[in-house]
Design a binder for this molecule. Structure first.
Ligand code: HEC
Length: 102
């Protein structure tokens, strides 16, 4: 028990610093649970699934457009209005715009 805790204490900071691309966004449990399966653990996108949220074409989307896509869905992107609260969606929008660095 105490031995495995010591192992975690060593390994967790390594895992945390490895994901520097979008730290707040990718540390958000909602992102990890709802979005990472399609947009990737680092939000950089995954083949055949969701596009990167932090580079490329999505960086030109305004906060309004981001909120709209997350709320209402788009193509194969599911809609999250009703699944997430407006506050949770707002947080994701802010974290996405922060993660992509303006
Ligand atoms: C089932 C897979 C899937 C899940 C789960 C998912 N997405 Fe998506 N997402 C997509 C796909 C596919 C697109 C591209 C849609 C298109 O352009 O036709 C997309 C597009 C987007 C876009 C627009 C990006 C762009 O460049 O147009 C945003 C923003 C986004 N998703 C955010 C999220 C967030 C935040 C979550 C979690 C709440 C999430 N997505 C969950 C598949 C998914």
């Amino acid at each position: 028990m105490s031995r495995s805790l010591a192992f975690l204490a060593v390994i967790l900071p390594v895992v945390a610093t490895a994901q520097t691309a979008a730290p707040q966004l990718t540390a958000n449990p909602i992102f990890e649970k709802q979005c990472a399966k399609c947009h990737g653990k680092t939000a950089e996108g995954r083949h055949f699934a969701g596009p990167s949220l932090v580079s490329g074409k999505s960086t030109s989307l305004s906060e309004e457009e981001l909120r709209n896509i997350i709320s209402n869905g788009k193509g194969r992107m599911p809609k999250y209005a009703g699944k997430l609260t407006p506050e949770e969606i707002d947080t994701l929008v802010h974290q996405i715009t922060q993660a992509r660095g303006k």
